[in-house]
Design a protein around this ligand. Structure first.
Ligand code: TYC
Length: 102
């Protein structure tokens, strides 16, 4: 502006884009046949939940039809889904577990 003491300098800060990996929700689906205790056991065993946390998520699935068990990197989510599906199949329960981008 030409007024004394104002040089009108524009300061531009660069903000490097930090790359974060996409995260995936692991979902557990309800069915009419898998025993509640079996679902609780799976949640404790493969997701490291306490009995109380596992029971709560199992009840949510039972009442609402599905619930998010956790959010993980693609590889970890894929492994959890495979572990759950394999364990359920081996015990002849129709339990379904899937993943979707968060
Ligand atoms: N609905 C089942 C029953 O009444 C219990 C159940 C809960 C099944 C959660 C699957 O992901 C599930 N025995």
């Amino acid at each position: 502006t030409g007024n004394p003491g104002n040089d009108e300098t524009v300061i531009t800060k660069t903000r490097p884009k930090t790359q974060r990996p996409p995260m995936y929700k692991v979902l557990l689906l309800n069915d009419d046949y898998t025993p509640m205790e079996f679902v609780v056991h799976i949640l404790e065993r493969f997701f490291g939940l306490t009995h109380a946390q596992a029971f709560e998520i199992m009840l949510t699935v039972h009442k609402k039809g599905l619930a998010v068990v956790g959010v993980f990197s693609f590889e970890v989510a894929e492994t959890k889904v495979a572990q759950v599906m394999d364990f359920a199949r081996r015990h002849q329960h129709p339990l379904q577990c899937t993943m979707e981008k968060d």
